[in-house]
Design a protein around this ligand. Structure first.
Ligand SMILES: Nc1ncnc2c1ncn2[C@@H]1O[C@H](COP(=O)(O)OP(=O)(O)OP(=O)(O)O)[C@@H](O)[C@H]1O
Ligand SMILES: [Mg+2]
Length: 402
């Protein structure tokens, strides 16, 4: 797929800007604080309705303006799509697809898909499980409307169930001998349990399947980056009781139907119920699961060097790119924010060759030297300066130094 035209109005430090990106490699060149990441943020906003930097809508409004609008024209195999995300201060964000308002933000997903890779993605490897769950959720939500809806519903059920456990489950010292809290409404709890395991099992099955595919695809990228010296493996880790986790190995085929997950989750919930009542929270389910990354059999989070962690994060993102292509038949956009300076020239070349041949890529950099030799001729270069974007790369002092 290809983003053919982009228009920003009062978005971050852009007042009014139109860009016509090239079909493959686009290099956004500019000194610090000029608006390079802001542009990628706008592209990502068209894909997911949100900032990849976690910014609130109001923060993306140009200072002093009353709202922003971002529009894009996307070429898909099935035709052209017009997307618009607009926000007015103190109002709800408005999303339009082909000129028609959509009711929910989630309906935006799937028209423009994107994979973002930025230095913060190192957290995928060395950070806590929430980063990896978010990674899986965003990947699947972009390509699977049913997953998206299940995720929204699951989160609602979780909030309700936790409220019930908290309100009714508190065990006083006097009744500590009783297994459950005195006011816990068991009938209502069963209603939530039923929904929790049904939705949770569906999410779990899809995540586990995605992780098996990702393990293959990310390992392939990783093998090429490290010239076969190291092996990356991924596994889905299901929360199994307080503090415990169960590794679901790659070949676990029979177990991975939603029905099998459902049964197991229901049994395990039954088992931890007294503890849940005491703690006032739901201790099992996809919201507690994790993704294990291992390099040559050792967990990357604890044992990999900084460089190995960076390579693993990169392989994971390239695996995501290929996974989304396998699932949808088209490559998502690849947005590379500030990662060139963090990678050595071999990895840079690999990244741009691996992705730049197939997907539309946007790379930010402060210098042309960020591009490996031989890539520059292929790139469409844009200069970003104080919230203005111009095709070509002349104004920068480093221009022509390659
Ligand atoms: N809501 C806003 N309104 C106006 N300007 C903003 C707004 N938010 C951010 N900016 C400006 O945008 C600048 C940052 O832009 P951006 O993050 O895109 O920089 P960059 O070109 O990616 O720089 P770097 O190379 O340092 O990453 C900030 O310095 C700030 O002045
Ligand atoms: Mg930046």
């Amino acid at each position: 797929m290809q983003l053919e035209a982009l228009r920003l109005v009062n978005f971050r430090n852009y007042s009014e800007q139109e860009v016509a990106p090239g079909s493959r490699l686009n290099l956004l060149l500019g000194q610090n604080a000029q608006g390079k990441s802001n542009l990628l943020e706008a592209v990502y906003l068209l894909a997911t309705g949100r900032s990849y930097r976690g910014a609130a809508d109001a923060e993306m409004v140009r200072w002093g303006a009353a709202g922003f609008a971002v529009r894009g024209r996307v070429q898909r195999a099935y035709g052209e799509v017009l997307l618009e995300v607009a926000y007015q201060v103190d109002q709800r964000k408005r999303v339009r697809v082909n000129g028609t308002d959509v009711r929910r933000l989630s309906e935006l997903f799937g028209y423009l898909t994107a994979v973002i890779f930025s230095p913060e993605d190192l957290q995928l490897v060395k950070g806590g499980p929430a980063h990896r769950r978010r990674f899986l959720d965003l990947e699947l939500a972009q390509i699977d409307p049913a997953y998206r809806q299940d995720l929204i519903d699951y989160q609602q059920v979780l909030v309700q169930r936790n409220n019930l456990l908290r309100e009714g489950g508190a065990v006083s010292a006097a009744s500590a001998s009783r297994r459950l809290g005195p006011r816990l409404d068991l009938g209502q709890l069963e209603v939530w349990d039923e929904q929790l395991v049904t939705l949770g099992a569906r999410l779990h099955a899809k995540r586990a399947r995605a992780v098996r595919a990702l393990s293959r695809l990310a390992a392939e990228a990783h093998r090429r980056i490290t010239a076969g010296r190291e092996t990356l493996r991924l596994a889905y880790l299901a929360a199994a009781g307080p503090g415990g986790r169960r590794v679901e190995a790659e070949g676990e085929g029979a177990e991975s139907t939603p029905e099998a997950f459902r049964r197991r989750l229901a049994e395990e919930l039954e088992r931890v119920r007294p503890l849940e009542a005491r703690r006032g929270m739901t201790l099992l389910g996809p919201h507690r699961d994790d993704l294990l990354l291992a390099i040559d059999g050792a967990e990357a989070r604890s044992f990999a060097s900084q460089g190995q962690q960076r390579t693993a994060a990169l392989a994971l993102k390239l695996g995501e790119l290929e996974f989304m292509r396998e699932e949808t038949g088209e490559y998502p956009l690849l947005l590379l924010d500030d990662v060139m300076s963090e990678l050595d020239s071999g990895r840079r070349r690999f990244l741009l060759e691996a992705a730049g041949e197939r997907a539309q890529v946007f790379v930010t950099a402060t210098s042309r030297r960020a591009l490996p030799a031989g890539q520059e001729e292929r790139a469409q270069v844009f200069t970003v300066e104080q919230g203005k974007i111009a095709p070509g790369g002349e104004p920068l002092s480093e221009a022509g130094t390659v």
